[in-house]
Design a protein. Structure first.
Ligand code: AVJ
Length: 335
């Protein structure tokens, strides 16, 4: 056994790592090669994404924050007394804080995220700032069914899905997610969604090809993570960050391109790369207010209001679930 084979020996695995390994092997043995974007966010990846949000070229976070700040008063008028704010994929609660400050009628904040450690930490920081608010974190995959805390089951529900995370889904998955959120929140619920808008290609391209190379590091970190967690043998020098706008599909695509013909071992499998062959690592779909509305309407959400920033780069859109939407407030999947 050579040194290469030694270092590529599969590592002992927990359940999470086993799922990661299965997804990566499935994606790298498919044509074209791909890896789900959710795997970007290990500790380093989360920090790199934080740095991306500060880049001069990366407008989405700044635009969304400015809309939330400027329109907080108008958004607050839509919030019923005693409502619970349910954030899907909460992470840092920076954006929720703006809504919670503007709408003191919120009785509860329910951040939902797979990373329990992070939302518990955020909750501990929020509680002293909002002493009257019940902060009730739920550790769960927000794309699957989860139980809302008993304290908020009968409260009016306000869903919150900022950050254009919806753009990572294929349109049919986005529609499926909106339907799922409807079942979780119940009829009459409000849903506040942050979505990146279609805009001139130069602006989009620059946002995913920053001069400082942080987005490239974010993309390449996925290979580092595979090397560390799955006994991968990726040479980071022989892969390159590619990001471009696909006009037909209104999406930014990120890829990692192999600079040469090469073999890489991952989780005990050998993967062949042609020179120039890519791993598709992310789609970031861009919507218009109308195209998201059409998707939402299709699964029972009626448009209530929408706001954009001065450049019309980003949008916050509010929907209400019509009667008969969702399947009640228990969060159980439909039979
Ligand atoms: C977190 C999915 C909204 O698509 O803009 C940033 C992720 N990828 N730079 C986005 C991302 C590259 C981001 N989302």
């Amino acid at each position: 056994m050579g040194a290469l084979a030694q270092s590529a020996r599969p590592q002992p695995q927990d359940a999470e790592t086993a799922l990661f390994a299965a997804d990566v092997v499935r994606g790298l043995t498919a044509t074209p090669k791909r890896i789900p974007a959710k795997y970007f966010y290990d500790d380093t990846g989360s920090l790199l994404f934080e740095s991306i949000t500060d880049l001069p070229e990366y407008y989405p976070t700044r635009c969304e924050m400015s809309i939330l700040r400027d329109q907080a008063g108008d958004i607050a008028k839509l919030i019923p007394d005693g409502a619970a704010l349910v954030e899907f994929g909460a992470g840092a609660s920076k954006k929720a804080r703006i809504l919670l400050n503007a709408a003191p009628q919120f009785a509860a904040y329910v951040p939902v995220d797979i990373c329990g450690e992070m939302i518990e930490r955020e909750a501990a920081e929020l509680r002293p700032d909002f002493p009257a608010l019940k902060v009730l974190p739920v550790t769960a995959d927000f794309t699957k069914s989860f139980e809302l805390p008993a304290e908020v089951v009968d409260a009016p529900h306000v869903g919150f899905f900022p950050g254009s995370t919806i753009g990572n889904f294929e349109p049919h998955e986005a529609s499926g997610f909106l339907a799922h959120a409807g079942r979780m929140l119940g009829s009459g619920a409000l849903f506040i969604i942050g979505v990146d808008l279609i805009k001139p290609v130069e602006v989009l391209k620059a946002a995913y090809n920053d001069k400082a190379g942080v987005t490239a590091s974010f993309n390449l970190n996925l290979l580092k993570r595979i090397n560390r967690e799955l006994g991968g043998t990726f040479n980071l020098e022989s892969f390159e960050h590619h990001a471009f706008y696909n006009r037909e599909r209104n999406r930014i695509e990120m890829h990692l391109a192999s600079l040469k013909r090469q073999k890489v071992k991952v989780a005990g499998e050998t993967i062949d790369f042609r020179a120039g062959e890519t791993i598709h690592t992310e789609n970031s779909y861009k919507y218009s207010v109308e195209s998201l509305t059409a998707l939402a309407r299709g699964v029972g959400w009626q448009p209530v209001a929408s706001w954009t920033d001065a450049h019309k780069y980003f949008s916050i859109q509010a929907f209400r679930l019509g009667p008969g939407g969702g399947s009640g407030k228990t969060g159980q999947p439909k039979p």
